[in-house]
Design a protein around this ligand. Structure first.
Ligand code: APR
Length: 250
């Protein structure tokens, strides 16, 4: 099917849907200047995730994690939402959405204004960079409160390591967040995935949960994903262009 045909079909599906779940991955933020993880030149081609993003490794020596994280956060803090984030805001304004589920920690959905027009929940499956926590005493900090650049790694007054509340490899997702996200997938009529390789579990189980519950499943992605067999429609290309075109046609 050509992209034009897929776009027509996607427009029809979205027009007829009232309970859309939008699911985003790192590909939703590349047009904001934040590199994704697994594309050519992505973060994991420069930093081995089994060292730099592993919870076990963090417990041994947090300095490697912080080297990578400081670099990422410098970019994230200065990034602005893009056409994808704003198109999702338009879907919310049309009263068509029940949830945003994101694997991204960059809070660009919130910055674009998602959640301010309705009570739309944003489930940040992998946390966000904005909050940090001492892994020993569990004291919470805001991003601005912790100096991370002039030290090898930040340490709490109790001498525990401070870690952003992002989910590293080897750490579980917060049960309340993943459960709510799964429930949204069970009750949606359309599951719209934008910018994910769908390689990482349990997030990548969500499209099939939606599909099994009767939802239409649309993927918008530059490359093939690990779950293409589930998609009713695959729109291949840049999410910004595709989502803007979709919104115009509604
Ligand atoms: N428009 C559409 N698709 C895009 C765009 C774009 N502008 N830019 C990139 N993509 C696609 C890529 O082709 C790729 O398939 O987005 C996908 C991004 O995949 P990953 O880099 O694997 O990111 P993601 O799926 O979000 O990773 C999941 O893995 O590393 C962990 O915790 C990290 O949350 C992350 C999780």
């Amino acid at each position: 099917m050509s992209n034009e045909e897929s776009l027509k079909k996607a427009t029809e599906i979205v027009k007829n849907s009232e309970k859309i779940v939008v699911f985003t991955g790192a590909g939703a933020s590349t047009e904001s200047g934040i590199a994704d993880f697994r594309s050519e030149g992505g973060l994991w081609s420069r930093y081995d995730p089994s060292i730099y993003a592993s919870y076990r490794y963090f417990l041994e020596d947090p300095s490697k994690f912080w080297t990578m994280h400081n670099e990422l956060v410098d970019i994230v803090v200065n990034a602005k939402p893009n056409q994808i984030h704003y198109a999702i805001v338009e879907l919310e304004k049309l009263g068509k959405m029940i949830a945003i589920i994101t694997q991204n920690v960059d809070v660009l959905h919130k910055r674009a204004g998602s959640g301010t027009y309705t009570n739309l929940p944003i489930y940040e499956l992998h946390g966000s960079y904005e909050k940090l926590e001492c892994i020993r005493c569990k004291k919470e900090f805001l991003f601005e409160e912790v100096e991370t650049k002039s030290v090898k790694y930040p340490v709490c007054e109790c001498s525990g390591y401070i870690k952003p509340k992002v989910v590293l490899f080897g750490e579980p997702l917060r049960p309340s967040v993943i459960e709510r996200a799964m429930n949204a997938c069970r009750s949606c009529d359309c599951f719209l995935m934008i910018g994910s390789s769908l390689l990482i579990s349990p997030a990548n189980l969500l499209p099939s949960i939606a599909k099994e519950s009767g939802a239409k499943v649309i993927f918008v992605n530059r490359e093939r994903t690990a779950m293409d067999n589930i998609a009713d429609l695959f729109l291949r290309g840049n999410g910004g262009e595709i989502m803007s075109e979709l919104i115009q046609r509604l």
